[in-house]
Write a protein that binds this ligand. Structure first.
Ligand SMILES: CC(C)(COP(=O)(O)OP(=O)(O)OC[C@H]1O[C@@H](n2cnc3c(N)ncnc32)[C@H](O)[C@@H]1OP(=O)(O)O)[C@@H](O)C(=O)NCCC(=O)NCCS
Length: 177
């Protein structure tokens, strides 16, 4: 199960981590394009985001003044046999500011918020060597499928409440819009 961890100390320049607001949207698209390229929109995870808004309470940004340095977003999905489940992503940190603890701070802060707001589980497609430190495990998504091709080793799950993904199975579905 997900357990509280302390974020790493942020790099000693002025970085603020705060809730995403509508005026961040344009800079977020530009930052995610910078990290992942415009082809990202073809990825399977985006099929679960088509026409669905991210959860506004959970989106967070890291800013230095008016500069956007990092973003994390979450989307509701439906998983048979699982209670309230989120899809995490994208998370993107500006290339000049990676490895400074910003990603970890965004992950830990937003997962804590998700748990406090009553979400039970989180899934994502990403690098297991990075996400395992936050408690994500391949085994928790093993009985689930996504609506398109994905490297199974990168399809991970996290329980925010004990046993939330234990009976989960089948195709992950996009939330209604
Ligand atoms: C991946 C990403 C979100 C991590 O955020 P960050 O702020 O750079 O990372 P942090 O400073 O919080 O953490 C740094 C640690 O994560 C590790 N790490 C970073 N990216 C990693 C990856 N893709 N796989 C494994 N470990 C990774 C670093 O080696 C470092 O490890 P250490 O603490 O043992 O030294 C960020 O680098 C990013 O946006 N990258 C571009 C997009 C990308 O490559 N995404 C791939 C993941 S899906």
């Amino acid at each position: 199960m997900y357990a509280l961890q302390q974020p790493q100390a942020l790099h000693p320049f002025h970085v603020t981590v705060t809730t995403e607001r509508p005026h961040h949207a344009e800079a977020i698209e530009a930052l995610v394009d910078l990290d992942f390229g415009p082809d990202r929109l073809r990825k399977t995870a985006y099929r679960l985001r088509d026409g669905v808004a991210p959860i506004s309470d959970l989106g967070m940004v890291a800013v230095d003044g008016s500069r956007l340095l990092g973003t994390i977003r979450y989307w509701q999905v439906h998983v048979a046999g699982a209670p309230k489940t989120l899809l995490l992503g994208p998370i993107a940190i500006h290339p000049d500011h990676q490895g400074q603890g910003i990603g970890s701070t965004l992950m830990i802060t937003s997962l804590d918020n998700a748990k406090a707001l009553g979400w039970d589980a989180v899934i994502l497609v990403g690098d297991e060597p990075y996400y395992r430190r936050f408690g994500f495990r391949r085994a928790l998504a093993e009985n689930l499928a996504l609506p398109g091709p994905v490297d199974p080793a990168r399809f991970l799950g996290l329980e925010l409440t004990d046993g939330a993904l234990q009976s989960a199975s089948g195709m992950v579905k996009r939330a209604a819009h």
